[in-house]
Design a binder for this molecule. Structure first.
Ligand SMILES: [Zn+2]
Length: 436
């Protein structure tokens, strides 16, 4: 398999799915009480969470294995959404293993904070500000308001088309592995307007204060993000692409905190409780910082320095799943597929229920000309994380590499029922014509 083939296969690793359902008409805006056109029903919103959240969490290296931390997030989050305008939504709060500083929500209320942002906050009030802001997006129905379903479907598929176009231009393929989180579901989350942000901030402050928190937490959160963006803009790129930051947001939070919510500034910020519940994560902070730095190198195609930083992170935390996966990516990017495989094996052992290492391992096995092993990995991936049409394509490639044209054409045909307009679809169609 040539390097170019490999680039192209890797671009097929992101989950893409189209949405089904009916368009909703006029609905009452839960925040203002006014009638307005909602392009999606509540059932549609919840269906988006179900369909996309598992793939996004997998891109973010899965949920953090720390039941105490997950319970804590759920408790802080539930207290906030209970006093929101849509308390009946099926909210869920997750800490995920990604290193970059980010938080996001799906329209039905499935939210995630990365470990990168959790280790940079230092009190519960700031966490409440963050979850309040995300709850603001859900309550103001920002996704439902701005998108028709057709738009969302094309946006999600568009993410893959962009990924494919980039892979044509890139000389190194690892940007495509590395960039997985930047396409697919993230594209769905990635376009709040400044007006949306303003509204989410205002609702977030209202909810967190009504839930009993000190409004200073919102100011602390924004001060932390602004400070970070000056010191380390790369770590924040994704956060700011989903939630555009501005000095106006910061000033508004400061003003509102002092005026409208000034009476609550004597409340506790619950620093100790936050520190207790994030203690395990905080012990990983040196590894997380080393990985953030290595990820910046990867984004610039600097694989050897990235490898060194991932090795450093693994000395600190030898069985860290993201560390092992990132190390494998840095090695594979340098053509060291055999070494990469050993790290992927360790990653699979560390997090057997997670999809990302399986998918990458399948691709790496193809690079090692071991299509049987590759197929086994893709099959396992399809069981762990069903609903990614690209898996069908990769299963087809593995069968084709084993000279099994009949099985390959089955998979290519099934892939073509779900995807069109991608280079992979073009390839699959050509193959089917040749074998007819
Ligand atoms: Zn936002």
């Amino acid at each position: 398999m040539s390097r170019r083939d490999f680039i192209w296969l890797v671009s097929a690793t992101t989950a893409t799915t189209t949405l089904s359902g009916t368009l909703a008409g006029c609905a009452t805006d839960p925040v203002t009480g006014q009638q307005r056109v909602m392009l999606m029903s509540e059932a549609d919103e919840i269906a988006i969470d179900k369909q996309h959240a598992p793939h996004q969490f997998s891109n973010d290296y899965g949920r953090v294995r720390d039941d105490g931390l997950q319970r804590y997030l759920t408790q802080v989050g539930n207290d906030i959404t209970r006093v929101s305008h849509r308390p009946h939504m099926p909210y869920a709060f997750h800490a995920v293993n990604a290193n970059h500083v980010n938080a996001y929500t799906f329209p039905g209320g499935t939210m995630a904070c990365t470990r990168g942002i959790l280790v940079d906050m230092d009190n519960e009030a700031a966490l409440a500000g963050l979850l309040g802001h995300e709850a603001g997006h859900v309550n103001a129905r920002h996704t439902a308001r701005r998108q028709t379903q057709a738009m969302i479907a094309s946006l999600v598929l568009g993410g893959v088309a962009i990924a494919a176009a980039q892979s044509e231009r890139l000389s190194g393929y690892s940007n495509m592995i590395y960039g997985l989180g930047a396409v697919g579901a993230t594209a769905l989350l990635a376009s709040y307007s400044r007006a949306n942000e303003r509204e989410a901030d205002a609702l977030g402050l209202e909810y967190m204060v009504n839930a009993g928190h000190n409004p200073q937490g919102m100011v602390d959160l924004m001060a932390m993000l602004q400070g970070l963006s000056e010191r380390d803009p790369n770590a924040l790129e994704l956060m700011f692409s989903t939630h555009p930051m501005s000095s106006e947001r910061f000033q508004t939070a400061q003003r509102e905190t002092r005026s409208r919510y000034g009476d609550h500034l004597n409340r506790r910020t619950s620093q100790e409780r936050y520190m207790d519940h994030t203690a395990n994560l905080r012990r990983l902070k040196p590894a997380i910082k080393a990985q953030q730095s290595g990820e910046s190198d990867m984004a610039r195609n600097r694989y050897a320095p990235a490898e060194q930083k991932f090795a450093q992170s693994l000395r600190h935390a030898p069985n860290d799943y993201p560390g092992l996966v990132l190390m494998a990516q840095a090695l594979a990017a340098q053509g060291k597929h055999r070494e990469a495989q050993s790290f992927l094996e360790r990653a699979k052992t560390a997090y057997p229920e997670e999809g990302k290492a399986l998918h990458l391992s399948g691709i790496n096995q193809l690079a090692l000309n071991r299509p049987e092993s590759a197929l086994a990995e893709f099959n396992r991936y399809a069981r762990v994380l069903p609903g990614n049409p690209n898996t069908l394509f990769l299963q087809g490639v593995a069968h084709e590499s084993m000279q099994n044209a009949r099985a390959a054409s089955d998979y290519y045909a099934r892939y073509l029922q779900l995807a069109s307009g991608t280079p992979q679809a073009q390839y699959a169609r050509q193959r089917l014509q040749q074998w007819r």
